[in-house]
Structure formats: C-alpha cells, structure tokens
Design a protein around this ligand. Structure first.
Ligand code: PLP
Length: 416
C-alpha cells in the first residue's frame, strides 16, 4: 500500500492549527458566532488547495476530455486521468479498475443495475446490514422488484455493532450478494469488513462495501479488504460534490454491461450496433465532472500530505473528548457505542426535539445534523424518529467541542 507521507507519526506532532487554517470556510461566522462545523459526515469542508485546483482548471485548462487533440484537450484529459491514478493509489487498487462517477449513490446503483439485475432471480437473496445508508438499501430494493430476489437484513446489537454471528448464520447458499458499510454514518461503527468479506468469499457471496465514511477518515486498503466492489464519494474526502468512484474486480467490470450509454463509453457506433470501450471507460458515458475530479485529485494529495493515520488518530482523540463531555449531560442518550468507532456521535436529549436543538445550536454558530440521516431502518431499530448527529473531522478543535457542549447546555435550558 502507498502509505501517507506522515504515516506512523503520532497525531500530537502534527500542527493541527496550521492544517485548520487551510480551510477558508472555517474562518466564517454564523449568526454572529464563530462557526463550529460538526457536520463532516454529511459533507466535508474543502482546503484552499482543492478550491484553487478547481479555479485554476477553469481559468487555464478548461476543455473536454478524451475528444480533442488540441493542447487544452490533452491537458484536461491528463488531469482527469491523473485524478483516477491518485485515487487508485489512495485506495491501493489499479486505476483501470476504478470507475469515476458522481459518488457512492451512483457507484452502488451501477453495481445494482449492471451486476445484480442481470444475475439475480427469484430465490436469490441480497444480504444487507441494518445500519446501511439508503444508498445501500434502495438500489437493492429496485433489483428485488425486478428479479423476484429477496432482501435479508443482518441485524445489529444494541451498542451499534454488527451481530457477526447472526451475519454469518444468514450467509446461506441463497445469498448472492452482501451489501455492507465500512463505517456507519449514524453510529460511527467501524465494521470488520476484511473479516466479513473473507467469510462471504468462502461461501461464494459477492460483496459491496460502502466506503463513504471510511475513506476520508482512516487508511483504506481496498485490496486487503478483499471485497468485490468498493464505493467512495469525493465530497466527504475534502473534494468537490458530484465526484466519487466505484472500484470493482476486473472480471466483474469485463462481464458487466454498461449502465448508461452515450459518448466516451464507445469504440465504434453504427446503426447496426456499438462496440463499447474497455472498462472503466465503458461505464463513464458523457462528459464527466472534469473540474470536480481535478479537485478530488488535489484532495487526495492533501489528505495524503496530512497522513490518513494522523487523521484517524486526531479524530479518535476528538471523539473521546466529545463523548466524555456529552456523557456529563443529564438525559443525553448516545446511539452507537461500538468499541471500534469513527468520530460520529448520534444522540438525543430527553425532553427536547432533535430539530429544535439543532436550530438553537445553529443560533450559536454550531452546525450539527438532525433527522434520520438517510438511515430510516436504523432509526426504526432504535425506535426513534430523529437524532442529532455531531460528526468530526481532523480540522475540528478541542475548543470547538467545548463551544458545542456549552451551546447544547444553553439550548437545553431554553427548551425546558
Ligand atoms: N453511504 C453513506 C454511508 C453515506 O454517509 C452517504 C452520504 O451521506 C452516502 C452513502 C451517499 O453518498 P453520495 O453523497 O455520494 O451519494
């Protein structure tokens, strides 16, 4: 694996104040208060290097990819393909096995329509964990509607860990596909995806891992995980919105029919038929989000510069601090206390509605998400209609955690 440049250095040796200063938006105020951005699980903030890369592309290099032989066209193709190579290195996969797309939602739909739909039939089962984001549930429901296959749910335990014994027991011969998240966007649970994929593989079950909440926060080695498909989204990785990728084993990419047809994905077209391009281009019809991928390439460079091991260590430290402070608040319930947990805290405060608290926190400049976090089945398990979610990134500070907790205590008093 290509380890980040600062891999192995303890997080305390990193100048986090300098790193935070790379993010211009974090300087702003909201409602007259310094912004405390605790919604990075929703979307991450962007460092100046990413903003400048996008700006520079439009100012100096803008052209379409893979079509024009002129200089700008070659430059655009070079940076777009360069981003693919960077992302491939980041995930430890081959660049020609990485389909660039608009994000995880597209990536999983690509697997659903091109891999699952032609293969599955009545009697087959898609195994999905209780803690999935809707992006890793609804595409499978669409497949089930058309094929007669069924969805089986792998349940969680009350602390928010996946019930591995139940999961393995559910991996019967009818199961053709397992869809599981690497890290839960609501509970923060880090699933042992390497072990899970090994068990699935032993039983001939293909695996789709949703890496949306993992790739921005910890070193990810997709080759070592041993899955069949791995999806990432750029906007949570300090990159622009509308960027992401699906990694798939080359034998799957070769066998899968295209999902969307058009320009860029063909070698030859006549009215008698079309010869498709080789993977991954076969799956990239139309003009892509070129500037977005230029930004994503810069984001990958940036994250590697900070070092993913450092990011993980820093966020673990912030999570411990925030958890300790929140636990001091009477009537506060945390959802998800898995031993392996990323820096996401979902919670409720007795007697206060999640949306009311989020609104009052916003008045204090604190941005947290309230609602169902695109995970209705998970909230149904806990029997709640909504939670608040504070999610952290390496650019957050201990002072922000204190400001957040103070704002929460103030809001709680106001509500009653
Ligand atoms: N999966 C998880 C775990 C997520 O947290 C998200 C975004 O919130 C998604 C999928 C959807 O990703 P995208 O925004 O790329 O569609």
């Amino acid at each position: 694996m290509n380890l980040p440049s600062t891999h192995g250095i303890d997080a305390v040796h990193v100048d986090w104040a300098r790193i935070r200063a790379d993010f211009p938006l974090l300087e702003r105020t909201v409602n007259g208060k310094p912004l405390v951005y605790l919604d990075s699980a929703n979307t991450g903030q962007k460092p100046a290097a990413v903003i400048e890369a996008v700006d520079d592309f439009y100012r100096r290099h803008n052209a379409n990819v893979s079509r024009a032989v002129h200089t700008l066209g070659s430059e655009a193709t070079e940076v777009y393909e360069g981003a693919r190579k960077k992302l491939a290195r980041f995930l430890n996969v081959r660049a020609d096995e990485l389909v660039l797309c608009s994000g995880t939602t597209f990536a999983i739909n690509l697997v659903a329509y091109s891999w699952a739909l032609p293969r599955l039939r009545s009697g087959d089962v898609i195994l999905v964990s209780r803690m999935e984001h809707h992006a890793n549930i609804v595409p499978w429901q669409l497949v089930v509607q058309r094929t007669g296959a069924e969805i089986r749910v792998a349940e969680i335990l009350p602390d928010g860990t996946l019930d591995l014994a139940a999961l393995y027991a559910a991996m019967t011969s009818e199961v053709k596909l397992l869809a599981v998240t690497h890290v839960s966007n609501v509970l923060g649970t880090v699933n042992p995806v390497r072990e899970i994929c090994r068990e699935a593989r032993k039983r001939g079950i293909a695996t789709v891992v949703d890496g949306s909440q993992a790739a921005p926060h910890r070193p990810v080695d997709v080759a070592a995980i041993g899955c069949d498909f791995y999806a990432v989204t750029g906007h949570k990785m300090c990159g622009p919105t509308g960027t992401g990728a699906l990694w798939a084993r080359r034998e799957h990419l070769a066998a899968m029919p295209p999902f969307i047809g058009g320009g860029e994905m063909i070698k030859e077209v006549s009215f008698d038929g079309t010869v498709f391009n080789d993977p991954p281009h076969k799956f990239e019809a139309g003009t892509p989000n070129i500037a977005g991928f230029v930004g994503l390439g810069a984001a990958v460079d940036y994250l590697e510069g900070v070092g993913l091991a450092n990011v993980e260590a820093r966020e673990t430290e912030l999570l411990a601090h925030a958890t300790e402070e929140l636990k001091k608040i009477d009537g506060l319930r945390i959802f998800g206390e898995a031993p392996e947990k990323a820096a996401v805290i979902s919670f409720l405060v007795e007697g206060a509605h999640a949306h009311d608290l989020a609104t009052l926190l916003d008045l204090e400049g604190v941005a947290v998400r309230s609602g169902q976090h695109c995970a209705h089945p998970l909230l149904q398990y806990f029997g709640v209609a909504a939670t608040l979610r504070a999610s952290f990134a390496f650019y957050n500070t201990h002072e922000e955690i204190e400001a957040f907790v103070a704002a929460l205590n103030k809001a709680r008093k106001l509500l009653g």
